[in-house]
Design a protein around this ligand. Sequence first.
Ligand SMILES: Cc1cc2nc3c(=O)[nH]c(=O)nc-3n(C[C@H](O)[C@H](O)[C@H](O)COP(=O)(O)O)c2cc1C
Length: 183
Amino acid sequence: MLRGKTVLVGITGGIAAYKAAILVSKLRDAGAQVVVVMTHNATQFITPLTLQTLSGHSVYVDMFPPTTGEVAEHISLGQKADVLVIAPATANIIGKVAAGIADDMLSTTIMAAQGQVIFAPAMHAQMYQNPIVQEKIARLKELGYHFVGPVEGKLARREVGMGRLAEIEDIVDKVVQVIGGEK
Ligand SMILES: Cc1cc2nc3c(=O)[nH]c(=O)nc-3n(C[C@H](O)[C@H](O)[C@H](O)COP(=O)(O)O)c2cc1C
């Protein structure tokens, strides 16, 4: 389904970050080349080593790695990817992208991306319902960014509400849909 396609998976610092390991694995099963960019906060939840092993590529976290003599990575990564999927997407990354902030490797890569961008938000229900978060999501949708989920279900701390990461299969389906040019 995704043979010959490059998918950039952006991982941010939410409790659902561990599920990104399964997403990377499923995207590779579907034939995609997967490159992972994580925020520093995401590394509190899942290690770059896990993602490096599952993706088969180096994982990008730092904005300023040792220079390689190539084009700045935040530009080339965004240009190489057919689609970027940010899963889980924190309230923070949604707010930053909507506000035009590019202050780390992931937000800068999103800003420089040529491909389509999909956000899979995951957060506490109260955070998700915050009018500021809702406004930023609406703004990003208006600008052509795609969203999958969140869904209602069990959240961290065993509460139930709206804010759970979409099922991994649904995120993969969304990637396939967006790559195929569907809305
Ligand atoms: C245990 C824990 C779980 C968290 N889970 C979430 C979450 O699911 N969604 C969210 O938006 N923020 C969550 N946060 C807050 C983010 O980590 C925080 O907003 C951080 O600045 C996000 O940074 P990033 O977007 O650069 O990764 C959590 C924080 C902690 C300590």
